[in-house]
Structure formats: C-alpha cells, structure tokens
Write a protein that binds this ligand. Structure first.
Ligand code: ADP
Ligand code: MG
Length: 397
C-alpha cells in the first residue's frame, strides 16, 4: 500500500487504527507525514487520535457497523489499544491485513499466555520470566499457599487488563495472598516472585509481513509507582553486554510469535551476583510503547514510522539514533500546584532549555496519574541532556 495512491474508485490510501489514545495520535501523525489518510475507531468524541485523524468512526470496538466502515475505508489496520477484543481483530482480518494479528494480541493481553510464550521460547531468546504460579481457582490458591513459599514476597497480578501497575497487589505471606486474591475479585491471576531489580529496560522491534526485522537499542526505564517516569536512551545507558542480550532476546521473541508490526518487550535487570546482573523478561506490548517516544525526536525513523511501514508492507528502515535522549513523562500531577490547585505548567521556562521537545496529547482534563504528554531532551552528549533533564524536572515539580 503506497502512500498517496488512489484506487480505481477514487479512494485514497488510508491506514486505520483501533483506539484513540496518544499512541493512536502519534501513529496518525506518522502516517499522515508519509502521505496516508487515516481512520480512527474510538468511542470517545474527544480522543487524542480522533481529533487529528481524517476519519473518526465513533463506535465501540465491537460494533459491527463501525468495524465494517473501518474495513471499507482502510487498506490496512493496526491497534494502539492492546485490550481490543480478539474477535474484532479476527473480523477485520477476514477482509483486510491486520497487524499485529488477533493471535499475538491475545497472548499479550493475558499474562498467563504471555508467560507461557516466554517460557516456550526461552531456549532461543536466552531469557526466562520471573518464577511464578497461576491462580485461577481456590484449589490453585491453596496449592500455592502450601507449596510455593519460594514465591513470597511476591506480586499478585491479574492476568488481564493490568497496566501502569493497576491490578497488582504486593504480598508477603500466604494469608496476604488469599486476601489480595479476594481483593482482586478472585479473577485469573499470576503470583510472581518479587525480584531484586537493579534496573528496567525495554526493546522495540519491528517486523514486516516478509519477516524482515529491525530494532532499536534498548532503553533504560525508571518507573514511579508502577508508571513509567523517565526513559534513558543513549549509548552507555546500561552495560553493552546486557543491551546486546536484551535486543537479541526481543528479536527472538518477535520472530517466535511470527509477529507483524511494532512490539515492545520489557525486561528486568536483576542482581544475580554476576558482573552485569541477569536479564528477566517481564511483559510485552503489541504496539508502540511509551518507552519508545524518544524515537520521534532522537532517531531518523520513529517507532510510529515503523508501525506504518510494517503494516503497509513497505521495506523497514533500520532506524539510526542521531542524538542521545532522555524522555520525561508528563502526568496530570504536573498541572496541579502544591495546594492542589489547577495550574498550567511553566512551559516558557521549560522550553527555553536547550534541546527540549514538548509533546502534548490534546487531553482536555488533567488528572493525577493521567498521561498528558511527554518531554524529550536531545543534545550533543549525555552530560548536557542530563543537566537539562534535571532542570526540566525541577521546573515541572
Ligand atoms: P504493568 O502492566 O502495570 O506495566 P508490570 O508487570 O510491568 O505491570 O509491573 C509494573 C512495575 O512493577 C514494573 O515495571 C516493576 O517496576 C514492578 N514489578 C513488577 N513485577 C515485579 C517483580 N516480579 N519484581 C520486582 N518488581 C516488579
Ligand atoms: Mg510494565
């Protein structure tokens, strides 16, 4: 599907995305820059992506008429929302190329299947996930309480719908585990051993329909209260031996899934007594990822460009990072002063710092914890971007 092309019926080459959040918005921007028309399917009237797309189909993700309209408008379809119903992707795939596909999105939606996949390809990826047990029934809960003391202290995570640390409870004892499972509604969960993390990192991989794979160097991520706060993207952000292993593992995981599109694989670095520490795979996102936003300003092809190239069947460029970068997430908290009053951040001061690139997602209402935008800092070297990032963080409180 070439950008700018028009078919016999006069219809322009159009790419579709399920979901209207900030990831959809940045996807739409990338697609439009290449000359594509875009369509967003999203129930919310004021969504970040819907506001900037040529077409906005305002229906739920499983509305047959909405899906039919999306398929009619678009030559290829992707998703920015990983909890889109699998049936939706299957329905669309009957008439249009859909990347990533229903099967892989289904695996990434469910921690139980996700961990089974990581375990199944551990031989080729060279990494395993944290020790864990599945808890779906009372009998399994009791079994874990009796036999898996090795998993405590641990984190109980719902198998589905968890994000930004939601749907997780930290537990120290077998009794706390039972309480936590009830608290989470007795739904399917995994209990994961709490690991001594020394760092976290993620790798973005893009894979085409023909199996071509390109990837970005691993970025180091700092989370605060389960939400990504800062991404460090530059050479030396982690020992190169670890970075190489993480990159190879992410590529192997994408290949083993026969994945098409952009995949983000998240890793833990754990203190295992070795020089660089051990690498443990945590989870994967079947889409561009918050930790890859720096690629817009610091690389010659962004994660969103690669999503466009991959779904449209264009050759994938191996992205080159031309500048070291630090990304700061801008949560809604930044819009409130110390006394809890709503106050516009001091953009004048922030933007007067060298190498700052502000991205706001067009969300009308700031709420604590809500992702409102991000700030990428680029510069000639790591020392200078580190200084600017500190100043920007101070200004943003
Ligand atoms: P989410 O889907 O919310 O991103 P994660 O499984 O990535 O869920 O957990 C969120 C954060 O919690 C991680 O980035 C990490 O900081 C911490 N965390 C999760 N699992 C573990 C673990 N097994 N040991 C230590 N820290 C963990
Ligand atoms: Mg995570």
């Amino acid at each position: 599907i070439f950008p700018g092309s028009v078919d016999a019926a006069g219809q322009r080459a159009t790419l579709g995305v399920l979901g209207g959040g900030q990831l959809g918005r940045m996807f739409v921007h990338a697609a439009q820059r290449l000359g594509y028309f875009t369509a967003v399917l999203e129930p919310d009237a004021q969504s970040p992506a819907g506001l900037v797309s040529h077409h906005h189909i305002q229906t739920s993700y499983d509305d047959p008429a909405g899906l039919a309209e999306l398929a009619q408008l678009c030559q290829a379809i992707t998703t920015e929302f990983e909890n889109v119903p699998a049936q939706t992707l299957q329905t669309l795939a009957q008439t249009r190329p859909v990347a990533p596909g229903a099967a892989v999105v289904g695996i990434a939606q469910n921690r139980i299947e996700e961990k089974a996949h990581f375990t199944a390809c551990a031989d080729v990826s060279g990494v395993t996930c944290a020790p864990y047990a599945v808890i779906e029934t009372d009998a399994q809960l009791q079994g874990v309480q009796r036999n898996r003391a090795d998993l405590l202290p641990g984190i109980l995570k719902t198998a589905r719908m968890g994000y930004d640390g939601k749907g997780q409870v930290r537990v120290k004892t077998a009794d706390e585990l039972a309480t936590a499972w009830t608290e989470l509604g007795g739904v399917a969960c995994v209990l994961e051993k709490m690991l001594p993390l020394t760092a976290e990192c993620s790798v973005l991989v893009a894979r085409g329909w023909d199996g071509q794979v390109v990837s970005f160097a691993p970025q180091r991520n700092v989370h605060v209260e389960g939400i990504l706060a800062v991404t460090h993207a530059y050479e030396g952000n982690m020992p190169s031996a670890l970075a190489d292993r993480a990159r190879d593992a992410a590529v192997a995981i994408a290949q083993h899934l026969n994945y098409v599109g952009v995949l983000c694989v998240e890793f833990f670095v754990v203190d295992d007594g070795t020089e660089h520490g051990g690498l443990v795979v945590n989870e994967m996102a079947p889409r561009p990822h918050n930790s890859g936003h720096y690629t817009i300003d610091a690389c010659d092809a962004s994660q969103f460009d690669l999503q466009v190239y991959a779904m449209a069947g264009l050759p994938l460029p191996q992205p080159r990072q031309h500048s070291p970068a630090i990304m700061l997430n801008l949560l809604g908290d930044v819009w409130f002063d110390a006394s809890g009053q709503l106050q516009e951040p001091n953009w004048r001061s922030v933007l007067s710092l060298p190498g700052t690139h502000l991205h706001l997602y067009g969300k009308l209402q700031a709420r604590p914890g809500r992702k409102m935008g991000h700030l990428t800092i680029t510069g000639p070297d790591v020392a200078s971007i580190t200084t600017v990032a500190r100043r920007a963080a101070d200004l943003l409180g």
